[in-house]
Design a protein around this ligand. Structure first.
Ligand SMILES: Cc1cc2nc3c(=O)[nH]c(=O)nc-3n(C[C@H](O)[C@H](O)[C@H](O)COP(=O)(O)OP(=O)(O)OC[C@H]3O[C@@H](n4cnc5c(N)ncnc54)[C@H](O)[C@@H]3O)c2cc1C
Length: 397
């Protein structure tokens, strides 16, 4: 598949050498490149297909606080949302940044108790939350089903149009002098006597590396790492998204059911479905989503489609009359602890990872770009990098 992002920009030639080589022109790799280049580094980005051809074209574009556990993940999300707002000010309406807020709904009193407990902990970690009683739900979401047990409103939750966000970043890279080369699959690396990466081999030739290579290969990061002599435990976590015909707004905010947060962080390998419902500028509704470890199969599973549709309609009965336009499958880059891997590889000098963002890579891309740039250039970091270190998976740690 070649995305529309490839249109309108002719790929650059592969340079013979670069200070930093970013592997992967998804939302994360391009953010890393932008922050590094803005700080003065010489950067080249290579992609085996085209910009935003991977997970980044599947995301719904939620920039969420609501599904983040208190601690490092929430810290990274809060910083990222701050940076997304700065970006929104810079690029205007080009990325359809909407600070619409998010609502999480509890179906039962037990779910509400769990949700409120989480929300109180998130509030202690810097999130702005409003606990909603059952009878307050319709004030916030007028078309919500009656009889739900309660919810939480998160006013920091936002949305962007991910393809527009990626396109705007690609345009920015050109302005920053970043070389963007595709299709150029990275196939291997050359190491010096100390094991440091000194060159990367691509389908277009070899490029010498001055400082480092950044692995931003999304769900393919495990393979990219292996080709560079390293190991990162990133695997694809498949998800379905349903797209409806354009309708009058059914929701005013981005809405998820409480089980969504649990399914994001679940450690088991089973399939889970939980409803996420949101409107888009074009009037279509996006209904998500499922999670399963099923490799890179693009097969749309009609059972999953039916379950997502039923769960969404049980929250918003008005959806029962709405037709589906299509359903598609995408792949989240998942790690064993559901936290991203950001920082130097523990075993291969000259290799830095920026991957494993699971279902939050669009949201977390800004703070990830900032963090990688600070780590590579030796600057102070805005968030503590230690919890995201690649070395946490090293044997014996
Ligand atoms: C159904 C679904 C819904 C989602 N919804 C949201 C959401 O609402 N909000 C959110 O924040 N996130 C969401 N996500 C997650 C988000 O899409 C990902 O976390 C994010 O896109 C990851 O970006 P990335 O740049 O790391 O990976 P990718 O976009 O996959 O980029 C990796 C790139 O690396 C390239 N590549 C791979 N191997 C090589 C190689 N050997 N050489 C050169 N290039 C290579 C690929 O071609 C690809 O372009 C969703 C994901 C799915 C599947």
């Amino acid at each position: 598949m070649t995305t529309a992002l490839a249109v309108g920009r002719v790929p650059d030639e592969l340079p013979r050498s670069t200070d930093v080589l970013v592997i992967g022109a998804g939302i994360v790799g391009t953010a890393v490149a932008a922050f590094l280049a803005a700080a003065g580094a010489e950067v080249c980005v290579v992609d085996r297909a085209a910009p935003a051809d991977g997970a980044s074209s599947s995301g719904e574009g939620n920039l969420l606080v609501s599904d983040k556990l208190p601690g490092p993940e929430l810290d990274l999300a809060l910083r990222s949302i701050e940076l997304w707002h700065r970006r929104g000010e810079l690029v205007g309406d080009d990325i359809e940044l909407e600070p619409k807020g998010g609502v999480v709904l509890a179906r039962t009193p037990a779910e509400r108790h769990e949700l409120w407990t989480l929300a109180r902990a998130q509030a202690a970690g810097g999130a702005r939350v409003r606990l909603l009683e059952s009878d307050e739900l319709s004030e916030v979401e007028p078309f919500v089903a009656p009889g739900l047990a309660g919810g939480v409103f998160y006013d920091q939750d936002c949305q962007v149009q991910p393809m527009l966000a990626a396109a705007s970043r690609v345009a920015e890279l050109r302005g920053l002098g970043v070389r963007l080369v595709w299709p150029a699959e990275v196939t291997g690396a050359q190491h010096d006597a100390d094991g440091r990466i000194v060159a990367a081999d691509t389908a277009r030739g070899r490029v010498s590396i001055g400082t480092c290579v950044v692995n931003a290969g999304g769900p393919w990061s495990g393979t990219v790492a292996a080709r560079l002599g390293a190991t990162v435990p990133v695997v694809p976590r498949r998800g379905h998204v349903l797209v409806t015909e354009p309708v009058a707004p059914v929701t005013l905010h981005k809405v998820a059911e409480a089980g969504y947060v649990g399914s994001v962080h679940a450690g088991d390998d089973g399939r889970s479905c939980s409803a996420v419902v949101e409107s888009t500028r074009s009037g279509t509704m996006l209904l998500g989503s499922s999670r399963e470890f099923a490799g890179f199969s693009r097969r749309v599973d009609q059972e999953v489609v039916a379950e997502i549709a039923a769960r969404a309609a049980s929250l918003f009965p008005g959806l029962r009359a709405v037709r589906l336009l299509r359903a598609y499958v995408g792949f989240r880059p998942a790690t064993p602890d559901r936290m991203p891997i950001i920082g130097p590889d523990g075993a291969v000098p000259g290799l830095v990872h920026a991957t494993g963002h699971e279902g939050a890579g669009i949201g977390l891309s800004e703070a990830t770009g900032e963090l990688v740039a600070a780590l590579v250039l030796g600057h102070a970091t805005e968030v503590d990098p230690a919890p995201f270190a690649a070395t946490r998976f090293a044997t014996g740690q």
